[in-house]
Design a protein around this ligand. Structure first.
Ligand code: NAD
Length: 337
């Protein structure tokens, strides 16, 4: 892989992926195509090697812009660009359909038009819905689609379009599905950075419902190394579930953060549950482990420690991300100033 076209590379996971790919593929150049929505942050690109990384501001649903930016010698498109927050999709699904569905189709068409070798779609375990709290149930690549939120439905639709491009046009596609990521540079509307940021400034931490919802957490760089492995060696047309076998209840996650920061449990504030809130996600990563010999490097403890340290050492990043429109969103979402 010499030239990658990465979309959404100014976001949380996309920017981590660019760092990992530039490090692991010394010959590789990356074009980073990102619309810089509220979640895209140019600060996330600070320190990247300007000789091998080029940023282009653009919208994946804009056909002419995509075609114009996609160079014919591109080896692969890696599609991270998405509206990614479930709560926002409940408030309005419009942008989710435009970016996640139409944008994916535009990229697939552009890949064919430009003769791009491989297309990797970054997807989510949420396309498979919610699991019972029975510990023996896990998502596998064969689990049926059962998306429960507008966000998950838009990501499931995107997977169908990727599948169709493979089946109908023979495009070389792969899909990765991951659980909840955590790590540096995550927009503080998501649970872990929100809890860290609020705890650091002694503000209450909103926790939905009874806090017993289970998520399967993975450190972002581990996810990115798995994506790279699938990009290089995954079988065409296949789906790979990526997970670190790390199920945690939301309340347990917040308590671990408070403990690490030496803050009181009284900062936890239970708020009205999210409508249709999925109870449990849990991924069986056997396929990516056995076929592609991928394993996570971080444990939950080491990953969380690194993550908290990053936010403590980068409080300016946090404050910039939490200024302006974020404040309005936060007050509306949780009824808290
Ligand atoms: P993010 O919200 O931090 O970043 C999304 C990026 O996409 C931003 O930089 C934004 O500017 C860009 N973008 C949005 N609309 C665009 C458009 N129309 N054209 C071009 N760029 C656009 O999201 P993230 O958490 O980094 O997630 C990245 C991908 O991984 C998404 O596809 C998401 O569905 C998937 N995913 C995320 C998680 C998670 O835990 N965060 C888990 C599984 C899968």
């Amino acid at each position: 892989m010499k030239k990658l076209f990465v979309t959404g590379g100014a976001g949380f996971i996309g920017s981590a992926f660019i760092r990992v790919a530039l490090e692991e593929l010394p010959e590789c150049e990356i074009v980073n195509f990102d619309a810089l929505t509220y979640a895209g942050n140019p600060d996330n690109l600070i320190g990247l090697d300007g000789r091998r990384h080029r940023f282009i501001r653009g919208d994946i649903a804009d056909r002419a812009a995509v075609i114009g930016a996609l160079e014919p010698d591109t080896d692969a498109i890696v599609n991270f660009a998405a509206e990614s927050h479930v709560d926002r999709s409940i408030a309005s699904a419009d942008e989710f359909l435009r970016t996640n569905v139409i944008g994916t189709q535009v990229l697939l068409d552009a890949a064919r038009a430009r003769g791009v070798q491989r297309f990797l779609q970054v997807s989510t375990d949420e396309v498979m819905g919610s699991l019972p709290e029975d510990e023996r149930a896990f998502f596998t690549e064969a689990s049926p689609y059962a998306p429960n939120s507008p966000y998950a439905a838009s990501k499931a639709a995107a997977e169908h379009l990727v599948r169709a491009a493979h089946h109908t046009f023979g495009l070389d596609t792969v899909i990765t599905r991951c659980g909840n990521n955590y790590g540096p540079r995550q927009f503080p509307e998501k649970l872990i950075p929100l809890a860290i940021a609020n705890a650091m400034s002694d503000e209450p931490i909103p926790v939905y419902g009874d806090g017993q919802n289970v998520r399967d957490w993975i450190y972002v760089d581990d996810h990115c190394r798995a994506i790279l492995r699938v990009l290089q060696r995954g079988r065409s047309g296949e789906i790979y579930n990526i997970g670190a076998r790390n199920e945690r209840r939301n309340l347990e996650v917040v308590e671990a953060i408070l403990e690490a920061l030496g803050k009181p449990r009284s900062l936890i504030k239970f708020v009205k549950d999210r409508p249709g809130h999925d109870r449990r996600y849990a991924i069986d990563p056997t396929k990516v482990e056995t076929e592609l010999a991928w394993r996570p490097r971080e444990t939950w403890e080491s990953g969380l420690e690194k993550t908290i340290r990053w936010y403590v050492e980068n409080q300016e990043w946090v404050e910039r991300a939490r200024s302006g429109a974020y404040r309005e969103y936060y007050a509306r979402q949780y009824g808290m100033e």
